[in-house]
Design a protein around this ligand. Structure first.
Ligand SMILES: [Zn+2]
Length: 162
């Protein structure tokens, strides 16, 4: 049934918007199981400029504009895998504290793919560092998933600064 009322903007066949793999941030009370499908973490530096986060961009040997201005700098790491809570592939975001915890859990590993971890905050606060508990190995249904890079997701988030 189609009732005509031209005050509404209709779009019965909306154009498909390609979706990038989302970034998963751990909330204060989250406790999620995460299957790691990346060999290693992908890390990036960003600057806080006013209320925006901008990528620290390398231009040959030239330090970036914000490095030159001594703008505060922050590292974030992204680990590709499967978020069992949301039931989707995602990039788990962590700070240097989270990264150190992950390294402590698997000190001899050069390849994290295939590991499964439970992730939560040390306290019920989004400012508290995240930590990991070894939860075994990924299910065989995930072993065929191809590794993805976080770059397409970050490029979309940072597009106005690129
Ligand atoms: Zn910089």
């Amino acid at each position: 049934m189609s009732v005509h009322d031209d005050r509404f903007k209709r779009d019965d066949f909306p154009a498909h918007t390609p979706r990038v793999t989302p970034i998963r941030k751990i909330k204060a009370t989250d406790q999620i199981v995460f299957s790691i499908l990346a060999t290693w973490i992908e890390g990036f530096w960003t600057h806080w400029v006013g209320s925006t986060t901008r990528p620290c961009m390398v231009n040959g040997d030239e330090p970036c504009e914000w490095c030159q201005k001594n703008a505060p700098k922050k590292w974030a790491g992204y680990l590709f895998g499967y978020d069992h809570q949301k039931g989707e592939l995602a990039f788990l975001e962590m700070t240097t504290f989270g990264f150190e915890k992950l390294q402590k859990l698997f000190p001899d590993e050069k390849n994290l793919r295939g590991r499964k971890v439970t992730v939560q905050r040390e306290r019920k606060s989004e400012k508290a560092p995240i930590y990991f508990v070894d939860s075994g190995y990924v299910h065989e249904s995930l072993v065929q998933v191809k590794e993805r890079s976080v770059l397409p997701t970050l490029k979309r988030i940072w597009k106005q600064w690129l």
